[in-house]
Design a protein around this ligand. Structure first.
Ligand code: ACO
Length: 332
């Protein structure tokens, strides 16, 4: 039941992925792997890779322009820009500020948010809270990653998993009970070592030693990630349903973070969700971290599959560890 005098809804959505496609067969020429291994273990067939010189803000800007156009609003009308990423243009300033300037969103407060693959869910939850509390009326939420510049192209266990892309939504105030119905966020920092980039921060500044150990690239304990990903996304799904008084059967579209086909299969099986309700596009994009959910959502919206009133559940899990979910009624 809504408790706030106002709610929020997604008024516009867009995504952008770089043009360059890297297939599993291309990867066979880079590391010792095979299309067969990658497809069987992950479901991924190809991913998009940013061009030299193409940064997170470039992808974010392209996706944001599409979302603003879709919402039919000008950049000056935005009160906030929340940009979720772990692959920012630089340590600071925030990539959100760079996007703000390029969009000409001069009335917006702009900041970055780091929740790894859960970043878009955290961003959407933040935007919803800011709008419901009356502090803002229109917020642009972006999930963007250029992971190709942070993966170790000599590590076959990780480089085959990730891709680059951006998705963005315009969230605006509406009557309570329409649009976003509920959100849920959770973290467990005791499991931070499952997925991280150890070097380049204040704990381990980049040095010749860290560079030679390749510690400035993504390190992952794949089996641990797998175990917690399933558990956490099932938990986040059930929690947001409880908070909103809805049931699994009410869901029309289930859009999980696109990490790995086997993770998605395990979640759908545990929840007993029919395959046709689970949105999957990871075979074409790989894992684009905070961008996977808005990219997948935009694809089904633009394909005309989502109708006004449909119930959509977004759920993610990522490094931190972080996980969370958003339940919404599509407002068209
Ligand atoms: N090609 C060929 N062989 C490979 C590759 C590869 N790309 N990568 C690893 N192998 C080898 C390993 O070296 C190992 O060989 P060995 O037995 O000779 O030592 C063998 O394959 C099995 O390795 P495992 O790590 O046990 O493979 P597993 O079946 O566990 O699959 C995977 C690995 C796909 C990473 C799995 O652990 C997984 O899906 N984990 C989830 C991780 C994930 O999705 N992370 C995404 C980021 S996190 C997020 O988005 C939330």
């Amino acid at each position: 039941m809504p408790t706030s005098p106002r709610g929020s809804r997604i008024a516009g959505i867009g995504h952008y992925c770089p043009e360059r496609v890297l297939t599993n067969f291309d990867l066979e020429r880079i590391v010792e792997t095979s299309d067969e291994w990658i497809v069987t273990r992950t479901g991924i067939r190809e991913r998009r890779i940013a061009a030299d010189g193409e940064a997170a803000s470039d992808l974010a800007l392209a996706a944001s322009r599409i979302a603003l156009n879709d919402a039919g609003i000008e950049a000056e009308e935005l009160d906030g820009i929340i940009l979720a990423t772990v692959t920012s243009d630089m340590q600071f300033p925030a990539t959100a500020c760079i996007v703000q300037d390029q969009l000409g969103a001069k009335n917006a407060v702009a900041y970055d948010l780091n929740a790894a693959c859960s970043g878009f869910i955290y961003g959407l939850s933040n935007a919803h809270a800011l709008i419901c509390s009356g502090q803002m009326s229109r917020v642009l939420v972006i999930g963007v990653e250029v992971l190709s510049k942070f993966v170790d192209w000599q590590d076959r266990a990780t480089c085959v998993l990730f891709g680059d892309g951006a998705g963005a939504v315009v969230v605006e105030a509406c009557e309570p009970g329409k649009g976003i119905l509920g959100t849920y966020m959770k973290s467990d920092g005791s499991l931070a070592d499952l997925l991280q980039i150890p070097a380049g921060g204040s704990r381990m500044p980049l040095s010749k030693d860290s560079y030679e150990r390749r510690d400035h690239f993504i390190k992952m304990k794949g089996d641990g990630v797998f175990k917690y990903a399933v558990r956490a996304m099932v938990d986040a799904t059930m929690k947001v349903l409880e908070r909103t008084g809805m049931a699994l059967d009410d869901i029309d579209f289930f859009i999980p973070h696109q990490a790995n086909m086997r993770i998605l299969d395990a979640i759908a099986k545990r929840l007993g969700l029919p395959q046709e309700k689970v949105v999957i596009n990871l075979e074409r994009f790989g894992n684009t971290s905070s961008a996977t959910i808005p990219i997948a959502f935009d694809e089904i919206v633009k394909a005309g599959k989502v109708n006004e009133g449909d119930i959509v559940l977004l759920v993610a899990f990522g490094g931190g560890l972080t996980w969370g979910s958003v339940l919404l009624r599509h407002t068209g």
